[in-house]
Ligand binder design. Structure first.
Ligand code: ASP
Length: 309
């Protein structure tokens, strides 16, 4: 298999694919494509788990995380950003303009200012309303006893059952020159303890790219992914000969083997091999992968689901 491809977590990834595809097939880079896909999600107030439409922390403060990667020597990341709406673009600036990989908190926002990026309000009206509803006991926290997946009426697309309050966008692409790139962006877990950072902006956990092998990303309970270095592990498994789907399944089985998980916890992994073959797997049902290539534009069920519910 060859040619340009973009794969992203969740059906809302298709919105970003629509925005990024034209430039990619016109000779654009996979790096630009993955940044664009994440930026679209970051700007979309309907997406309640990424960017300014995401759910804030326990105290109503929104903090965003993101990263971007071409290879182990070219990657960038920001976490706990509070004044800029596009952590993926901040991460790219870290990658391209500094000798470092990761900047965090208010000093990462200061860095974005120095790069000329505009400060923007981070709590969308929908996010504020969700926080206010939760304060009066109407918001559903996804805590003990909550069902593991949202009702279908909460879906952006009718065939998807989204999980409660955590659905990072992770996106992987190959361009016409065969270059792999990946990016990831999230508002983190809804109602998190202030200061909490999950897997998504951490290279090797929420995203990993090794050019001669492939790339991987994940969505779901970041703490579970971090215990296994999920994306790094998936790429390593592909290097050892696993198919992309087998690599994803390996990571998820490692997570389940490590101990019991709560009913509201889940993880899905997505992997793209350097030849354009991709695969996905999920611990629980409900997850979708968005896929865009020359003859395909759809959101698909995972290749493997490990638990019935
Ligand atoms: N993995 C993200 C985090 O833990 C959230 C998610 O994907 O739902 O921050």
């Amino acid at each position: 298999m060859s040619g340009e491809i973009i794969v992203s977590t969740w059906s809302f990834g298709r919105r970003g694919h629509d925005a990024a595809w034209g430039a990619l097939v016109d000779g654009g880079s996979s790096l630009d494509a993955v940044e664009k896909v994440c930026r679209v999600a970051e700007d979309d107030p309907e997406i309640d788990s990424v960017g300014w439409g995401g759910r804030p922390d326990r105290d109503g403060r929104m903090t965003l995380d993101g990263c971007i990667m071409l290879d182990p020597r070219q990657c960038g990341s920001v976490a706990c950003v509070e004044r800029h709406r596009h952590p993926v673009s901040m991460a790219r600036q870290v990658m391209e303009r500094t000798d470092h990989v990761m900047l965090v908190g208010p000093l990462a926002d200061d860095f974005a200012n120095a790069c000329g990026m505009p400060e923007e309000p981070l709590l969308a009206p929908s996010a504020r309303a969700a926080f206010d509803a939760r304060q009066v006991g109407d918001g559903g926290a996804g805590g003990a006893g909550a069902p593991p997946i949202d009702s279908p009426s909460g879906a952006l697309f009718p065939d998807e059952q989204r999980w409660r309050h955590h659905d990072t966008i992770g996106t992987l692409a190959i361009d016409g020159r065969g270059v792999l790139a990946g990016a990831c962006s999230t508002s983190g877990m809804a109602w998190k303890v202030p200061g909490r950072v999950g897997d998504s902006p951490i290279i090797g956990h929420g995203l990993y790219v090794r050019p001669q092998v492939g790339a991987a990303t994940g969505t779901g309970t970041g703490e579970l992914v971090m215990g296994e270095c999920g994306s790094f592990l998936a790429v390593e498994r592909m290097a050892m000969g696993d198919s992309p789907t087998e690599a994803c399944v390996h990571v998820l089985k490692r997570i389940l083997d490590a101990g019991p998980i709560e009913s509201h916890e889940t993880v899905a992994m997505l992997a793209l091999r350097e030849d354009g073959v991709w695969g996905s797997a999920s611990i629980r049902p409900g997850y979708r992968t968005s896929v865009r290539r020359h003859d395909q534009d759809e959101a698909l069920e995972p290749h493997v689901v490990l638990l019935e519910r």
